[in-house]
Design a protein around this ligand. Structure first.
Ligand code: ATP
Ligand code: MG
Length: 251
């Protein structure tokens, strides 16, 4: 079980401090698929980076299976079973797709045939990709799918995907839903967090957490949370939005 306890995080720019996460507490239970959703800029990716260990919170604690991992490095967190796919994956010049998958598996023994299975699972024709370099020549969607394959291959105790659907075409999206559905069927003893705006993904969640304005605004099942997402309120706080064709927004 993952526990986020009273986590706050702020950034300071040009002498102005802004709170991105404000006293967030939540638990991610074992053997469940939890989806985190909420408006753009609400703090979801920041929370994901704190869970993965890329960022350290200003205050609060992160516990994983009862162990305080707040100050643990990304590498050590990966070692104890936290796998992470970024919203914007990193490119690795000079490293081939097969090498990246072997690194994820933590062994050189991953056969090409096994690697191909994982690439096929994310909708990539393995023979076309296995020897490609993970560099700028890959499209955003291809890179995203390769990164998702690395998380699948790790079979971590906790797998965290930040907007896995971003940049993925409609055909592959269907395939991706099936991948997550399959993971969920074999979830016993592990857990999955998916950050997403997609209704199809919200619908396969055991529970949805709504993060808004840096706070946990609600948690519940799809039927309870979906109406809150559709609530008709201004998306630009403190702005009086007017018709741009008549002169734009006044902030
Ligand atoms: N290093 C930083 N410096 C300044 N502002 C930041 C920094 N990191 C995050 N922010 C701001 O914090 C807010 C939350 O960002 P975050 O990426 O966590 O949002 P999000 O909920 O993942 O949004 P999205 O749905 O668009 O991915 C945003 O307003 C963002 O601009
Ligand atoms: Mg984000």
């Amino acid at each position: 079980m993952l526990e986020v306890q009273n986590v706050s995080y702020s950034v300071t720019e040009d002498g102005v401090t802004r709170k991105i996460l404000d006293d967030v507490s939540l638990t991610i239970p074992d053997s469940k698929l939890t989806v985190i959703t909420g408006p753009n800029g609400g703090g979801k990716s920041t929370l994901a980076r704190i869970i993965a260990g890329v960022l350290t919170p200003d205050s609060g604690r992160i516990l994983f299976d009862g162990q305080d991992i707040t100050d643990m490095s990304v590498t050590d967190r990966a070692r104890i079973g936290i796998g992470f796919a970024f919203q914007q994956p990193v490119r690795f010049k000079g490293i081939k797709v097969i090498d990246l998958l072997r690194l994820a598996k933590d062994t050189k023994k991953l056969s090409s045939a096994d690697a191909c299975k994982y690439l096929a699972a994310v909708g990539l024709c393995a023979k076309d990709y296995i020897d490609r370099e993970v560099n700028a020549s890959l499209s955003g969607g291809e890179l995203k799918r390769i990164e998702i394959a690395t998380v699948l291959i790790k079979q971590s105790k906790l797998s965290l995907f930040d907007e896995p659907e971003a940049g993925i075409d409609l055909w592959s999206f269907q395939n991706l839903i099936e991948v997550f559905d399959g993971m969920r069927k074999h979830i016993e003893g592990s857990s999955i967090i998916i950050i997403s705006h997609q209704e199809r993904i919200l619908k396969i969640a055991d529970e949805i957490l709504l993060i808004k304005d840096g706070k946990l605004a609600a948690r519940g099942e799809a039927d309870e949370i979906m109406p809150m997402l559709m609530a008709n309120e201004s998306v630009v706080k403190n702005c009086n939005l007017t018709d741009i064709w008549k002169g734009g927004a006044e902030c």
